[in-house]
Ligand binder design. Structure first.
Ligand code: ZN
Length: 70
């Protein structure tokens, strides 16, 4: 199962983006800006976990498209 991280740095739209660390992503934040979300069967569980820390968390358009919302 894939491991996910959330960017500790906020995007310009207020989102904290969730990325799939196992598949990798060209938009992966620097290691210092990654908060580990653990292992999840899908990005949905990872975004739920991220929202415990950052209320406005969102799946990355590129690696977590199924969890990306506008
Ligand atoms: Zn990504």
């Amino acid at each position: 199962m894939p491991q996910f991280i959330v960017n500790t740095q906020v995007q310009s739209n207020g989102d904290h983006e969730v990325h799939n660390k196992t598949t990798g992503c060209s938009y992966m934040p620097a290691a210092a800006n990654q908060k580990d979300l653990g292992i999840h069967t899908s990005c949905h569980g990872a975004v739920t976990e991220a929202k415990r820390t950052y209320n406005q968390s969102n799946g990355c358009y590129h690696c977590c498209n199924a969890c990306h919302t506008q």
